[in-house]
Ligand binder design. Structure first.
Ligand code: MG
Ligand code: MG
Length: 271
């Protein structure tokens, strides 16, 4: 587990905020008829214009800037020319590399009007992300975060994906520790000051079981029901979780009011 100084965490926040702004830009472009490949091209240009490199492009040979996963796709979907459809959802995961540090975060968007039960899946998955972040406290352990997410989502009857997990973040996209979205309280590695993690619940409306397409990337639900994915980058600084990423650029684009991030506001090394 690589612990970061407050100065390094400030640099990591720059990388995370570039991803946040990219997702905010995309929020204004997402509508029925637009293709995910078009969104991917917009994102790549935007990231490079902000002095960063796309974090996913070429990583493990991934072919694009964005992972775009509609409906029953969980994560790691590859952009295509297919127009987005009204009533769908689209999970967008994006990475950026600047000053040698990665940012990595994700949001699931509604395409036009969606069914109430699908909106419920999005709301619950996002709420579970903040339950997980709240458990990322000094003295707590990896299992505390996983337990917070799992218990909240399973109480709603949803499936918590097991095979894919959150992770430490820094000069590598994936650092120790692994951060499962399930677990037992008081188990696993203990969190330490200066740890930066990506917390990212991947939650299915139906079964937790998943499969992979023959493209070697796309993960989807076995039962064809929708799946949601929300991800933030969080630093343990001054003994409390501080958000390096933000959904506020998305909310500004969509006209959403939210104070969900307030308890986890970034203050840096100041108390
Ligand atoms: Mg991600
Ligand atoms: Mg991640």
């Amino acid at each position: 587990m690589v612990l970061k100084t407050a100065e390094e965490i400030a640099l990591m926040r720059e990388s995370a905020q570039i991803v946040s702004k990219t997702l905010g830009m995309l929020a204004s472009e997402i509508r029925p008829g637009v293709s995910s490949l078009h969104l991917d091209q917009l994102a790549e240009t935007f990231i490079r214009d902000h002095g960063a490199e796309p974090g996913f492009l070429g990583l493990y040979d991934f072919p694009n800037t964005l992972c775009v996963s509609p409906d029953a796709q969980v994560v790691h979907g590859i952009p295509t020319n297919t127009p987005l459809e009204e009533g769908s959802i689209l999970s967008i995961d994006c990475g950026a590399l600047k000053n040698g540090f990665y940012g990595d975060h994700a949001y699931t968007f509604a395409i036009g009007d969606i069914a109430p039960e699908t909106q419920q899946l999005l709301d619950t998955t996002k709420a579970s992300l903040y339950k997980g972040i709240a458990a990322f406290q000094k003295g707590n352990r990896v299992g505390d975060v996983g337990h917070a997410i799992q218990s909240y989502c399973e109480a709603a009857g949803y499936g918590v994906v097991r095979e894919l997990v959150g992770h430490g973040l820094g000069r590598e996209m994936h650092e120790a520790p692994e951060m499962p979205n399930y677990g037992r309280r008081g188990r696993g590695k203990r969190f330490q000051e200066g740890l930066v993690v990506a917390i990212e619940p991947m939650i299915n409306r139906g079964t937790k079981r998943i499969k992979q397409l023959k493209d070697g990337w796309t993960i989807l639900t076995v039962d064809g029901q929708p799946s949601a994915h929300f991800e933030h980058n969080v630093a343990l600084l001054n003994g409390r979780p501080q958000l390096l990423s933000t959904f506020q650029f998305i909310y500004e684009a969509l006209g959403i009011e939210s104070d969900e991030e307030t308890p986890f506001e970034y203050t840096g090394a100041a108390p």
